[in-house]
Design a protein around this ligand. Structure first.
Ligand SMILES: C[S@@+](CC[C@H](N)C(=O)[O-])C[C@H]1O[C@@H](n2cnc3c(N)ncnc32)[C@H](O)[C@@H]1O
Length: 255
């Protein structure tokens, strides 16, 4: 049983949610729009985090549709006319069956050792014909393409390896993104398709801001001196640094 690595970070999570929203929202919105989401849809946003996806969905399905957004930490989630916020652990709490036209989860199952069981639970919460959409990372492709100096390349890779070790120890599946299409098929979903994208992230971009924000959250557990940590943060803000990104993987299927 793992424990969510960033579970007690409080307000220091905000820069991470901002970076995730800048990096991923446009792709998530385009994918969900292609499914035909519209006024009247009933949606479940699992592990809604900073709330950007739930808020967008709420606008798209208004006035007669509804969004339920869950998380174990609901501090940043907003109740609105057509949004219900639920403090809910998707591993141990129940979900209604046959209830939703769309269920979406981004970078949540990645962290959960019980991800396959959770996926079946999400499937069962869909009405027949409803869509399950997952957005996840495969962390393994991250590599350094350019950096001011050779020691900087080594430092970036040390931080990558230390962070991935911490995630792994907490129960994350580092290459989960690479498996999500297969997992949707194994769960018996139909019309399954997916995509995988590796980009270049320059220092200062949303991707490098995400790396810096994540490193800050686990600073105390990283085997780095203060000087090395400060240098890492400088590199993540320096446009001379270029990394190949985590693979950004998405998959969708219908019940
Ligand atoms: C990496 S963040 C992603 C947030 C948001 N989905 C996004 O992409 O911007 C993971 C989210 O999953 C939530 N989470 C972790 N374990 C959970 C669980 N067992 N049940 C529900 N949410 C969980 C965290 O609190 C956090 O908000």
């Amino acid at each position: 049983m793992g424990t969510y690595l960033f579970g007690d970070a409080g307000e220091s999570l905000d820069p991470k949610f901002d970076a995730l929203s800048s990096l991923l929202d446009a792709g998530t919105f385009a994918r969900v729009e292609q499914l035909g989401v519209a006024d009247g849809w009933r949606c479940l946003e699992v592990g809604g985090g900073g709330g950007s996806v739930a808020n967008w969905l709420a606008d798209v399905v208004a006035p007669s549709g509804h969004v339920t957004v869950t998380d174990i930490d609901v501090a940043r989630l907003e109740e609105r006319d057509n949004v219900t916020v639920l403090e809910h652990d998707v591993v141990s709490n129940i979900l209604p069956g046959n209830a939703f036209d769309l269920v979406h989860a981004r970078l949540v199952l990645f962290h959960l050792p019980a991800r396959e069981a959770v996926l079946r639970k999400l499937r069962d919460s869909l009405r027949p014909g409803g869509w399950l959409v997952l957005d996840e990372f495969d962390c393994l492709p991250l590599d350094v393409l350019a950096a001011p100096g050779p020691d900087d390349v080594k430092l970036i890779m040390r931080v990558k390896n230390a962070l991935l070790t911490l995630l792994d120890q907490a129960g994350a599946e580092l290459a989960w993104g690479a498996r999500i299409e297969r997992a949707l098929l194994d769960a018996g979903l139909h019309d399954v398709s997916g995509s995988r994208e590796v980009r270049e992230w320059e220092g200062g971009s949303a991707g490098c801001r995400l790396l810096a924000a994540t490193a800050r959250l686990v600073r105390a557990k990283l085997p780095l001196t203060d000087a090395e940590f400060d240098r890492y943060l400088e590199l993540m803000a320096d446009p001379e640094t270029v990394v190949s990104s985590y693979a950004m993987c998405s998959a969708q299927g219908r019940r």
